[in-house]
Design a protein around this ligand. Structure first.
Ligand code: AHR
Length: 509
């Protein structure tokens, strides 16, 4: 039986838990917006056409920030199409997803929705087909109090108070040849710098994210970040990272070890950003915005069904509606662990996406809405990871997969909150078939008792591929009691392929 030991000590903390680490993403793609969060004809729709059943689930999951409106979509989007009377809004071709965009949902609807679910909006500007002036116009529209052309248009459109949006992405995946308006790093670095400088002249309080690489396998990864930051280091606050993982070649062990790749990706971007800091003699540090991450079965997207260019142009087609399994939930748990362990530098992160499109949630047109398996680790960590991130000292058995060596069987992260006297420990058992024995030494956080413990794994009659599609509550965390506490140490038996969360009463004297 594999085993692991964790030592928690409140003397060893890395940073406060960043509030924006538990973000998500709403893109005009597939059915994320239309029939996802917005469906005026749905029986639960409110007066604004927003699905209240979906809003209720979003409130439970509680994403702290939501990125909008793309993604690839933003790179050929005119934000002006989505304001003003709905009957006058144009229908457009969305080149990114080969769809018809009706613009019935736009900026005001998104800000209204964000307020109702209690999340912070994070906006992306179009640096593909548009540019600096358009970004400035949008910022004037959202954040300037009034008395100018664009701010007065906002007031006319029913919003007397500025939206006061703080967090802005300077384009999306501009390194990707698939991006409409793809740029070289020099072109993008200069454009990001000039756009950032101009936007700050409108509102000096905003925070700006420069596009990093679309994933760590991009041939330009590393070189892109260095060149871009050489141009815009002082003008921006964050560099972005995107990563999607999937099980390939019937190799679940490599899939279960994916967070090793995520850890390395983050470490490499930190190193690259810090090298740019040294080279440019800058004083501030650039933080990381991991503003797209998830499991995504891209091979299915590329391999199955008509490819985008062969499809007819339709409104909100069903795109990449992956049904998530028990295995995916455990892997997503390890991604959350990786992000939390790096929370001193990754201070914004957005799971992609919120509804239907590789979604935490699924919803059917005119029908139900439910949480996918991957929503649970997200919701638990968002709720319980408070206070400070602990530098957990972890030891234990390792395994090799075809692509990674020395992967911890038990993957963990933890937080300690002196104010509420609670610690939280998040653990994944990556073994497909073996129970893992775990010891958690809580003496350094004054741990006395387990306040709650849950586990998510394949229950009776289920296997690692079970989803919540047929029965929406099939896979959920359930009470976990295979543990004992003695002298400030928890000993536990973690089920095979499981995600387990302990909430601990902990008061360091
Ligand atoms: O989240 C889906 C897509 O993945 C986004 O539009 C794009 O930024 C990324 O490639």
């Amino acid at each position: 039986m594999p085993s692991a030991k964790l030592v928690l000590d409140s003397a060893f903390v890395s940073a406060p838990v960043p509030r924006r680490l538990f973000g998500s993403f709403v893109e005009h793609m597939g059915r994320c917006v239309y029939t996802g969060i917005y469906e005026p004809t749905h029986p639960t729709a409110d007066e604004a056409g927003l699905r209240t059943d979906v809003m209720e689930l979003v409130r439970e999951i509680g994403p702290t920030v939501v990125r909008y409106p793309g993604g690839n979509f933003v790179s050929n989007y005119r934000w002006q199409d989505g304001i003003g009377p709905r009957s006058e809004r144009p229908r457009r071709l969305d080149l990114a997803w080969h769809s018809i965009e009706t613009n019935q949902f736009g900026l005001h609807e998104f800000v209204d929705w964000a307020g109702k679910v209690g999340t912070e909006p994070m906006m992306a500007v179009n640096l593909g087909t548009r540019g600096l002036q358009d970004a400035c116009d949008l910022l004037e529209y959202t954040n300037h109090p009034g008395g100018t052309y664009w701010s007065d248009r906002r007031v006319e459109n029913g919003a007397p108070e500025p939206f006061d949006i703080k967090l802005w992405c300077l384009g999306n995946e501009m390194d990707g040849p698939w991006q409409v308006g793809h740029k070289t790093p020099v072109e993008y670095g200069r454009l990001a710098n000039e756009t950032a400088k101009a936007m700050r002249l409108i509102d000096s309080d905003i925070e700006l994210v420069a596009c990093g690489s679309s994933n760590s396998a991009m041939p330009t990864f590393g070189a892109w970040e260095s060149e871009v930051l050489a141009h815009c280091y002082d003008a921006v606050d964050y560099i972005s990272l995107h990563a999607y993982y999937e099980e390939r070649d019937a190799d679940p062990l490599t899939f279960l070890a994916s967070a090793v790749n995520m850890d390395r990706f983050i470490d490499d971007v930190i190193a690259t950003a810090d090298a740019a800091r040294a080279k440019g003699r800058h004083s501030k540090r650039i933080n990381l915005s991991f503003d797209e991450w998830n499991v995504w079965y891209t091979d299915r997207f590329r391999g199955d069904g008509p490819q985008p260019k062969d499809r007819p142009w339709v409104e909100h087609p069903r795109l990449i509606e992956d049904e998530y399994t028990v295995t995916d939930a455990v892997v997503v748990g390890t991604f959350l662990n990786s992000l939390l362990r790096h929370g001193d530098r990754v201070t914004v992160a957005c799971q992609a996406q919120l509804v239907n499109v590789i979604g935490l949630l699924r919803s059917e047109e005119g029908g139900d809405a439910w949480k996918q398996t991957i929503a649970f680790p997200f919701e638990q960590m968002r709720r319980l990871a408070t206070g400070q991130i602990l530098n957990v000292v972890a030891s234990g058995d390792l395994f090799d997969s075809p692509s990674y060596t020395d992967v911890p069987v038990v993957d963990a992260s933890a937080t300690y909150d002196a104010e509420n006297g609670r610690a939280a420990v998040f653990v994944a058992n990556r073994s497909l078939d073996e129970t893992a024995s775990l010891e958690i030494d809580l003496r350094g956080v004054g741990g006395t008792a387990v306040a709650s413990a849950t586990t998510l794994h394949a229950g009776d009659g289920q296997d690692r591929s079970t989803t919540n599609l047929e029965r929406h509550d099939s896979v959920t965390p359930t009470a976990f009691d295979a543990y004992a506490v003695s002298d400030g140490t928890v000993t536990a038996q973690l089920p095979p392929l499981s995600w387990t969360v302990f909430e601990v009463e902990a008061r360091r004297g």
